[in-house]
Design a protein around this ligand. Structure first.
Ligand code: FM0
Length: 331
């Protein structure tokens, strides 16, 4: 029996990963930059044993059946077994900790936690860089959840050279906050994986997205180095809008936005016009995330409460990197 357990926090991309150069290895078309957050995390334990006759994956206590639900988990288990030379089946228990009942399960924290748990269980002794590279092969965004605070996933051009590294902000991340506006808790129609593939293959704007993303990373890193909130806010909001523009120019066209997403975006514009420090970002779904200085977060939260219910709002701050946890069963 080989047991391991880890906790990983989710991260939100400020400059988005949107498109794969190599879908099998999960090599991205562009580099991305994220902030790890404290409010959402996953704890995952894994045990490998000769007594098991198949791989089983329980998410929040429920057995996940079918190839599609097992796909990302199986990928990491197989890679871990190959690396360790241990070919036992595995049982995985994963728990998503989210502050509301509104879903928001994240493949970033989930696959990072599984990577960490496998690293422990099979004594792979991976460095942070190696763990990031390993987590990447479960889900691209997971490679950034190895680190707390800001992280950059350098796209690289091979399995070896594509991984995330921490971005040193001199603790500035601790002066920031992110407020989640949960507009819709239903399963999304087009996954990130399918959405980005459709966009790479068909969007008229995809090449322009790539040019913009590389420039935006540089602007964002400069803003972080200078601790310039407005410069960072401007580039992250614009980067998000450019990513979402690519989906409108895909064939067939699609959008992740709902009327509530637009309501939230307009609220952010309105608050900014009234002198508030806040900018939004959105991923491959309808929820809107608002970046603001921590010192202003309560006032901005209160303003958002005029439009959205308390159940829809989650205040988060910078989170930690991945941690190993004690397993209940001794090795
Ligand atoms: O997080 O196909 O990692 O940079 O969230 O598993 O590699 O779930 F806004 C979209 C995340 C995409 C941007 O995609 O895809 C970001 C996104 P996978 P992910």
């Amino acid at each position: 029996m080989h047991n391991g357990k880890a906790r990983a926090f989710t991260n939100i991309a400020l400059i988005k990963y949107w498109g794969k150069k190599d879908p099998k290895l999960i090599l991205p078309m562009n580099s991305s930059l994220s902030l790890t957050l404290d409010a959402f995390y996953t704890e995952t334990s894994v045990s490998f044993s000769k007594d098991y006759t198949e791989d089983l994956f329980y998410l929040d206590g429920y057995l996940q059946e079918g190839e599609k639900k097992m796909q990302k988990v199986s990928r990491l288990l197989n890679l871990a077994r190959k690396q360790a030379g241990i070919y036992d089946h595995a049982v995985v228990h994963s728990h998503n900790f989210v502050p509301t009942a509104a879903g928001l399960a994240s493949s970033a924290s989930g696959l990072a936690a599984l990577a960490g748990a496998c690293n422990e269980a099979l004594a792979l002794n991976l460095s942070s860089t190696e763990l990031s590279r390993f987590a990447r092969k479960g889900s691209g965004s997971a490679c950034r959840s190895i680190y707390g605070g800001f992280a950059e996933w350098k796209k690289g051009d091979s399995d070896q050279t594509s991984f995330a590294l921490p971005v040193d902000a001199n603790q500035w991340e601790n002066e920031l906050a992110m407020i989640f506006i949960i507009t819709n808790d239903k399963a999304k129609k087009i996954s990130s994986r399918n959405g980005m593939q459709q966009t790479v293959e068909t969007s008229l704007y995809y090449n322009d997205w790539l040019k913009a993303a590389e420039a935006d990373i540089k602007t964002a890193k400069n803003a972080i180095a200078n601790q310039d909130f407005h410069a960072l806010g401007e580039v992250i909001e614009a980067n998000c809008l450019k990513m979402h523009a690519t989906t409108l120019a895909a064939t067939p066209p699609f959008s992740y936005w709902t009327p509530d997403s637009l309501k939230a975006m307009n609220k952010v514009y309105e608050m900014r016009q009234n002198g508030q420090n806040c900018y939004f970002t959105m991923d491959a779904g309808p929820n809107v995330k608002v970046l603001c200085p921590k010192k202003d977060s309560q006032k901005i939260y209160n303003d958002l409460q005029k439009e959205f219910s308390e159940q829809q709002l989650v205040l988060a701050h910078a989170g930690k990197g991945i941690e190993s946890l004690e397993t209940e069963v001794s090795k």
